[in-house]
Structure formats: structure tokens, C-alpha cells
Design a protein around this ligand. Structure first.
Ligand SMILES: NC(=O)c1ccc[n+]([C@@H]2O[C@H](COP(=O)([O-])OP(=O)(O)OC[C@H]3O[C@@H](n4cnc5c(N)ncnc54)[C@H](OP(=O)(O)O)[C@@H]3O)[C@@H](O)[C@H]2O)c1
Length: 267
């Protein structure tokens, strides 16, 4: 199916935030390509169930690591648990979000959002890129979001971390593009993951592209990996993003985003 991934990048991938949704879809895609996996999330049980499924279906080796990626020591804990194993493909999918008025969230939760979404992936990229750069071979995928393209009221801290992911990914795409390591920031729109569904969003009418499946997001991401520093997933999201970023004044785009979030979450 997609054996080129193994030939191009190597045979061991780590997916952070792998137990469900987009992360599980990344794990399945990589397993189908014959790539062995290390799956990371907080809850052990869903990880074990997925690992068993992938082992049965694709005969790949799957290791599960339970780790809270919002912990200030998460990158070091994961590094210790890996015991020197070299990661050839690194997917950072996990994210924490808070929907609501900024001042109503706690400082502790805002800090957890910052660690899970920015500090931990940045530190892990540094750890995993070293051997990739030495071998001139490897790939890193960071999950970003349309929310990170402009101010996104009522998603403020989450949106800001997603802007960070995109800029970090694009910057390292440039630094490493001639050194054999492909980096891409995948800017998704609404995707039908358990996490998204659990937030019980209402359909917003203005600029509301179709909700994508995790599999659609992942397939397009691997098509774009090695070709672009970042991309917006899906045709509907691309059109909405073009209008918001290129045609509308920034102030209007920020207002539309905030109004849409307010409506979606009845705030
Ligand atoms: N779904 C969307 O509509 C959408 C839209 C745009 C961008 N994105 C981006 O796509 C990515 C995936 O989103 P998602 O909706 O699939 O769900 P998610 O809730 O962001 O992530 C789900 C996965 O991450 C793990 N995870 C969450 N917090 C973690 C933590 N602190 N430590 C370790 N693992 C953690 C979860 O397992 P455990 O709970 O067991 O830890 C689960 O495996 C995120 O980066 C998100 O920003 C999603």
C-alpha cells in the first residue's frame, strides 16, 4: 500500500496521542505501511486495544507507553521509557483545549495546555531529530489547526498553541529540508474525533466546511509530507481558510471566528 514510507523514513514510528481519533488513524496508516509503532497516551486500556488490533491486522510490533504529555517532565519521562530507541517518524497529535472565557480557566489548566501542546512536542522534536539528522532520514508531523490562523475568541490559549505548532513546523521544515528530515504542520478543521464530538458542537452556518473524518486528514497529510511545510486539510477548509486569510480584513476574520465559536458552543 504505502511501503515507500518505510523505505524513505525507516521502520519505527512514535505517535503521541494515539489512542483515538486522528492519532489512532495515524497509527493505523503507519501500521498498514508495515511500520512498527510506539503509541503514547494517558489511558492504557484504549492504547492496548488499538495495539492488539494493529498487531492482528498488520503483523507489526506495537509498544504502548502511558504518559501525561502535559506533565512538565513528560519529554524526559518519554525519553527514559524509550531506552535509546531511535524514532524514524514522529507524529505529535495530542492536544489539550479549553473552550470558554479565558479568565474562567485556571492558570494551572492554561499551563497544562501550554505543556501538552507546545513545550512537550518542541522538546521531543529536539530529542528525536538528532539521530534523524545524523542519518539524513526521518519525518515529523505536528498537528495544528485552523484555529491558529487568527485570533480565536473563547479558544484563546488553544488557538495560540496551534499557531505555535504551525510556525514551529514550518520553521523546522526550512532548517531541515536539505538534511533529509521532512517536517510538516497539518492544519485541520473540524474532524469527527471522539474529543470533537464530546464537545457537542452545533452546526455553525457561516464558513462551516464539512466535518472531515480522521482518515481523510491522515491520508492527505502523508500525501503532503515532504512536499510542503504546512497545509490546510480538505477542500472546504482550504476555501474557508483562503477567504478568511486572504480576502477578509484580519479584524473581520477574528470576529467571524469568535462569533462562530460562540454559536457552536452556545456561549
Ligand atoms: N478534532 C478536531 O476537530 C480538530 C480540529 C483541528 C485540529 N485538531 C488537532 O488534531 C489533534 C487531535 O485532535 P483530536 O480531536 O483527535 O483529539 P485530542 O483530544 O486532541 O487527542 C486525542 C488523543 O490524544 C491523547 N491525549 C490527549 N491529551 C493527552 C495528554 N495530556 N497526554 C497524553 N496523551 C493525551 C488522547 O488519549 P488520552 O485521553 O488517553 O490521553 C487521545 O489518544 C490535536 O492536536 C488537535 O489540536 C483537531
Amino acid at each position: 500500500m504505502c511501503d515507500y514510507l518505510k523505505q524513505k523514513y525507516g521502520s519505527l514510528a512514535l505517535v503521541a496521542g494515539a489512542s483515538e481519533g486522528i492519532g489512532a488513524a495515524f497509527a493505523s496508516y503507519l501500521a498498514a505501511a508495515g511500520i512498527n509503532l510506539i503509541l503514547v497516551a494517558r489511558r492504557k486500556e484504549p492504547l492496548k486495544i488499538l495495539a492488539h488490533e494493529l498487531l492482528e491486522k498488520y503483523k507489526v510490533e506495537v509498544e504502548c507507553i502511558s504518559c501525561d504529555l502535559a506533565d512538565v517532565n513528560a519529554a524526559q519521562q518519554l525519553r527514559d521509557a524509550l531506552q535509546g530507541k531511535e524514532i524514524n517518524l514522529f507524529v505529535y497529535n495530542a492536544a489539550l483545549s479549553y473552550i470558554g472565557a479565558f479568565e474562567k480557566n485556571t492558570i494551572e489548566n492554561h499551563n497544562q495546555i501550554a505543556y501538552a501542546n507546545m513545550i512537550t512536542p518542541m522538546n521531543l522534536m529536539q530529542v528525536f531529530a538528532d539521530p534523524m539528522l545524523a542519518k539524513k532520514k526521518g519525518a515529523i508531523i505536528l498537528m495544528a489547526s485552523l484555529a491558529g490562523f487568527q485570533g480565536s475568541g473563547f479558544l484563546a490559549a488553544y488557538a495560540a498553541t496551534k499557531a505555535f505548532n504551525r510556525v514551529l513546523g514550518e520553521s523546522l521544515w526550512y532548517e531541515w529540508k536539505d538534511r533529509g528530515v521532512d517536517v510538516i504542520a497539518c492544519c485541520a478543521g473540524a474532524t469527527s474525533t471522539p474529543n470533537f464530538i464530546n464537545t457537542k458542537p452545533e452546526k455553525a452556518d457561516f464558513f462551516a466546511p464539512r466535518v472531515q473524518t480522521p482518515e481523510e486528514v491522515v491520508k492527505e497529510c502523508f500525501e503532503k509530507l515532504g512536499k510542503q511545510p504546512s497545509f490546510v486539510t480538505g477542500t472546504g477548509n482550504k476555501i474557508a481558510s483562503f477567504i478568511m486569510q486572504k480576502l477578509l480584513p484580519r479584524k473581520m476574520a477574528i470576529n467571524i471566528m469568535g462569533d462562530t465559536t460562540k454559536k457552536m458552543y452556545r456561549l
